[in-house]
Design a protein around this ligand. Structure first.
Ligand code: DGY
Length: 324
């Protein structure tokens, strides 16, 4: 087929090979970095399909310039980097990669919870710097998990997977959700649906798993952080702007909460001033889905979505089905 596909970053080969079996041109950004907006603008002209990263801004202007475009296949479950309304108004399908990254992202939330509560990063720095002089009774004391309360903000696919992992520690689970009650969590873990204020007040560990939208921007700010226990930990593997990062820096600095683990930031890859200097925060570079298995599945899923649309079939993962 004489289809022309552009892939904005190198991804696992499996998806690329799949695309090459059916498309004439599959071009990949050759740089080990994201394209600038202008470079991307230049590349989208004459393409039938774009395979984009969550770090690419696909706005109305870019969509307008992509006259031949039929599909934007985002290599992520989140798609807040894409102007969906603009895509839909041009009849362009937008797809994402749900499901395949649920477990690895939930694992990442727990990796951050453990790192911050058991102070593994501080311990690593301490040991490497030659400060370890032998066992000490009060050295780097952290927090236990057993029978504590875990609060899940956004008990969708990933939030549910985070909650289910708490079974090993017999934790009490509280959750918020914008949709229907999560009967699976309620039946399996006796989880309780509560309002956000109750969750923040009662939880020892809070995991943010809600989708980003204008509605959830700065969902956690000064007021919310002040509701949390001074012994509580907060982790975010969703989107950075769900937290007011400046407010979080203040809360960590003033020991208003015990610590935080972040995989995502308000203005990636930038960090709010002061964040990197704090010892009670663990910072990861957006690694939620970063396992070989998951990224391979994501590449295949994105490729299948593109192939379906180019063959006039409905893709499995359209986020704007209104285009049909
Ligand atoms: C996504 O796919 O949206 C996640 O942020 C990946 O970590």
């Amino acid at each position: 087929m004489s289809f022309n596909v552009y892939v904005t970053r190198e991804i696992p080969e499996e998806g690329i090979s799949r695309l090459r079996t059916v498309c004439d041109t599959v071009e990949i950004n050759p740089h080990p970095r994201s394209l600038t907006y202008d470079e991307l603008l230049n590349e989208v002209k004459c393409r039938d399909a774009l395979l984009t990263m969550l770090s690419d801004t696909i706005d109305a202007n870019l969509i307008h310039e992509a006259k031949e475009l039929k599909i934007i296949a985002n290599y992520a479950v989140g798609y807040d980097n894409i102007d969906i309304e603009a895509a839909s108004s041009r009849g362009i399908v937008v797809t994402n990669t749900p499901g395949v990254l649920t477990d690895s992202t939930a694992d990442m939330a727990w990796a951050l919870l453990f790192s911050i509560a058991r102070r593994t990063v501080e311990g690593d720095t301490f040991t490497r710097n030659g400060k370890f002089r032998g066992w000490e009774p009060l050295l780097l004391l952290g927090g236990d998990f057993r029978e504590k309360t875990l609060g899940i903000i956004g008990a969708g696919r990933i939030g549910t997977a985070v909650a289910l992992r708490s079974r090993g520690w017999d934790m009490k689970v509280l959750y918020t959700t914008r949709s229907n009650r999560n009967s699976m969590l309620e039946e399996t873990l006796n989880a309780k649906r509560v309002d956000l204020q109750t969750l923040l007040r009662e939880s020892d560990f809070v995991s943010i798993n809600t989708r980003f939208s204008e509605e959830t921007r700065h969902l956690i700010g000064f007021r919310e952080l002040s509701k949390m226990k001074p012994t509580a930990y907060l982790v975010n593997t969703a989107r950075g702007a769900v937290i007011d990062e400046a407010a979080l820096v203040e809360a960590l600095l003033n020991k208003q909460i015990a610590g935080a683990g972040l995989d995502v930031y308000e203005e990636e890859p930038g960090l709010k001033p002061g964040l990197a200097e704090l010892s009670n925060v663990v910072l990861a570079p957006h690694l939620g889905s970063a396992t070989i298995e998951t990224r391979t599945k994501m590449s295949l899923m994105a490729a299948k979505n593109i192939i379906a649309v180019l063959n006039n079939r409905r893709p499995e993962n359209a986020v704007n089905p209104e285009v049909y």
